[in-house]
Design a protein around this ligand. Structure first.
Ligand code: DGJ
Length: 719
């Protein structure tokens, strides 16, 4: 059992092997947060509660002057009753915006009930604490899930309208977590298309720090991830709390320091353009927030996220299985291909170990440029004999993958000509374009049904083993006529519609492997990972840029979820030239594949591909199940190094990439981590045998070619 309630002190203790989360019901029925961190004894914690009469403050009438909610560590703060900080929920009861949510009982579930309508993490003992606003008939149920072996708490909330009148929800965050001191910094993942998830560290000051997305997608500009860390926290040491939202649309995370120098962290659905009409008897469910605690730096935090997602989030059918090693034709041909060209690509990879051919954009409708065809999921038979390509691929022993962009429509398409109103728009306004395309209104049943039927028809008619699900623009013109005055529900309803599509198509074709994509990594979040075991990490395939992108992405997402391809040079995104071997080494730190014209490669080059695939196969178990140690951060030094160590620590793989050659430069010494001190490891590349302790403390001298973007790998095998 992991959840305890002490009746005398009315304190809830949530415990896993290394973690305690505690809060109590205070004398007025509010939930007083007490502690979240390293496991402590189950003792009375009331002694730690700070209450004082604050000047120019206010307090609820039954409380007394020294009990203002403005400095109360609150599990579920609301607005207008003496707490002036950010609230977790905000209501509008026919104009009245204030009320008291007070304790009204609890339930413990052996396994977490799954969230309705939204993906969420599976399993874990779960506490549901009920709060009630008696005056307005609003019930709020706060869910807390705890896992015995992981330092993780999951949180989400349900709001139920138990009155006879409708009310509005103006804010519905998933969690609020108060910390008693302000000595924290944030770590966030910002970026852009082709530069996704760069790590950024920010000192906090008094006021509100926030990150968010308003784009209708979780976005490349800001990932739904934030950590708070001590100033001295690094990869190996110091406290870190990581927060990630299982959601693919508009989100926000906030960190607020106020008058008493405490820190409030909250997050959930972005309320910037949100409100929700909750009719009598209806229930609103917030997305799930994942909270990870680490006392040993960002490295341990990441490993806990990785273990959680691999064990309890990503589709169990695929998560532990060997990933397809693809050859994707996008950068080889773009939309300029025919049956013969595709068969030539298939021919060329024979014998290399590449096992899946993925036909990307351009096989359907009038799709010869990116201005036409989206929405028309019928094969362009004038251009390509799809059956022939698939049969040829299968005959050559490869699996076949096909690209779709189910959420989109071009104006120049049969679909748009038949149903112009199916694209998201507000009447009287021409909707904004993105890559010359519009977004389908997934809030509408008939639109979703069309997508399900047309995509299913292709998946039923052809033998398709793999689908790449792309999404190439953010949302605008957020409205759907059927919503009338409830336009602020649009963004969330779009995301719920998307999840319904995924349920129908991903679960409807359970043996098909789905890879997620949104112009690369513009929608890389845990909810997408629930459906797609891997996501195309970035359209940027340049090995140097990938070291930053993959480093940041690994903060919370396991390497097996990063889809990484070797592409041609000069690189198509930035013109950089990097050695072929380095491109392979960087791509091997994820689900690897190729994206170049293998039909134009020489036999020697194809032999290199074969060698790389063999190397990848030899380390794949580490990519799928291993522990990641980030050794050197390319943003801080002229070096990127990462180490993957098997759970039993009997073998490991080290990748080193040095961006710029330095004439007469210092020695490159890398300190392995994660090995057993007293075990002896053999490193074949150096023909060296030493104990883990020696290797980790003395470090390895890395010998690299005399050129920019050089790399090397080392294997560690326990003797
Ligand atoms: C964006 C993706 O990220 C690319 O890999 C490719 O699939 C194109 N879309 C196709 O339009």
């Amino acid at each position: 059992m992991a959840i305890y309630f002490d009746v005398k002190t009315k304190t809830f203790y949530l415990e896993s092997k290394n973690l305690t989360y505690a809060f109590c019901v205070d004398q007025a029925g509010f939930l007083n947060h007490l502690y979240f961190g390293k496991r402590i004894a189950r003792e009375e914690l009331g002694f730690s509660v700070h209450s004082v009469d604050r000047g120019h403050g206010a307090y609820p009438p039954d409380f007394g002057r020294d009990h203002s909610l403005s400095i109360f560590l609150n599990e579920c703060p609301t607005y207008g009753r003496s707490d002036y900080r950010e609230s977790m929920l905000a209501f509008d009861f026919d104009g009245v915006r204030v009320g008291d949510l007070v304790y009204d009982g609890y339930t413990v579930y052996e396994t977490k009930p799954l969230l309705s309508g939204m993906p969420s993490v599976r399993g874990g003992e779960t506490l549901a604490v009920s709060l009630k606003d008696v005056l307005h008939g609003a019930r709020v149920v706060l869910y807390y899930t705890v896992f015995e072996e992981l330092p993780v708490i999951l949180r989400h909330a349900e709001v139920v309208n138990e009155s006879d009148e409708a009310f509005m929800l103006d804010r519905a965050y998933s969690f609020c977590l108060d910390f008693p001191d302000k000595n924290w910094e944030t770590v966030t993942l910002h970026g852009a298309h082709l530069r996704e998830r760069f790590m950024e560290r920010t000192s906090l000051s008094h006021g509100v720090f926030s990150v968010d997305s308003k784009r209708g997608v979780s976005s490349a500009q800001m990932n739904p991830f934030m950590a708070i860390v001590r100033k001295n926290t690094d990869e190996e040491t110091g406290e870190a709390y990581g927060f990630n939202l299982v959601y693919s649309g508009d989100f926000t995370f906030k960190a607020q320091i106020e008058q008493d120098d405490s820190l409030r962290v909250l997050g959930g659905l972005n309320d910037y353009d949100f409100s929700w009409l909750l009719k009598a008897g209806e229930k609103f469910v917030t997305p799930e927030a994942v909270m990870v605690y680490s006392e040993n730096g960002l490295g341990d935090m990441s490993r806990s996220f990785h273990d959680l997602y691999r064990t309890y989030l990503i589709n169990p059918r695929f998560v532990n299985a060997s990933r397809p090693i693809v050859i994707n034709n996008w950068e080889a041909t773009y939309m300029n291909f025919d049956t013969q060209k595709l068969c030539e690509i298939v021919d060329s990879v024979r014998g290399t170990g590449i096992d899946t051919f993925v036909l990307d954009d351009g096989w359907f409708g009038a799709r010869n440029t990116d201005k036409a065809g989206l929405g028309d999921w019928v094969v362009n038979e004038k251009k390509v004999d799809l059956k022939k390509v698939i049969d040829y691929t299968h005959k050559n022993g490869l699996k076949f993958g096909l690209w779709f962009e189910p959420e989109m429509v071009n104006k120049d398409s049969e679909l748009y000509r038949a149903h112009p109103d199916w694209a998201i728009h507000a009447d009287g306004l021409e909707p904004c374009l993105g890559r010359d395309q519009l977004v389908l209104d997934l809030t509408r049943d008939e639109v979703r049904q069309y997508v399900i039927d047309s995509v299913s028809a292709i998946l039923n008619a052809y033998e398709i083993d793999y689908v790449k699900w792309d999404m190439n623009r953010p949302l605008t013109d957020n409205y759907s006529a059927w919503l009338k005055k409830q336009g602020k529900e649009f963004h969330h309803r779009y995301v719920l519609g998307l999840y319904q599509l995924c349920e129908a198509l991903v679960n409807g074709f359970p043996s098909v492997f789905f890879e997620g994509c949104a112009s690369g990594g513009c929608r890389f979040d845990p909810a997408m990972l629930y459906y797609f075991p891997q996501i195309w990490t970035s359209d940027d395939t340049d090995a140097y840029m990938r070291t930053f992108i993959q480093y940041g992405t690994s903060l919370c997402y396991p390497l097996s979820a990063h889809s990484c391809h070797v592409s041609v040079c000069p690189n198509h995104q930035c013109g950089r030239v990097t050695p072929f071997a380095s491109r392979g080494h960087v791509a091997h730190l994820g689900a690897t594949g190729y994206e170049l014209d293998t039909a134009k490669m020489t036999q020697e080059e194809l032999q290199e591909v074969k060698k790389q695939v063999e190397e990848y196969k030899a380390m794949e178990a580490l990519v799928l199940h291993g522990d990641l140690y980030r050794l050197n951060d390319p943003a801080k030094e002229n070096l990127f190094a990462e180490m993957l160590v098997s759970k039993d620590k009997t073998n490991a793989h080290l990748t080193v990439f040095r961006p710029f050659a330095v004439p007469n430069g210092p020695a490159i010494r890398v300190y392995p981590r994660g090995l057993k001190d007293d075990a002896t490891y053999y490193i074949p590349e150096l023909d060296l045998t030493r104990t883990g302790a020696t290797l980790m403390r003395v470090g390895l001298l890395v010998c690299l070619n005399w050129e920019d973007f050089a790399s090397a790998t080392y294997r560690f095998i326990e003797k």
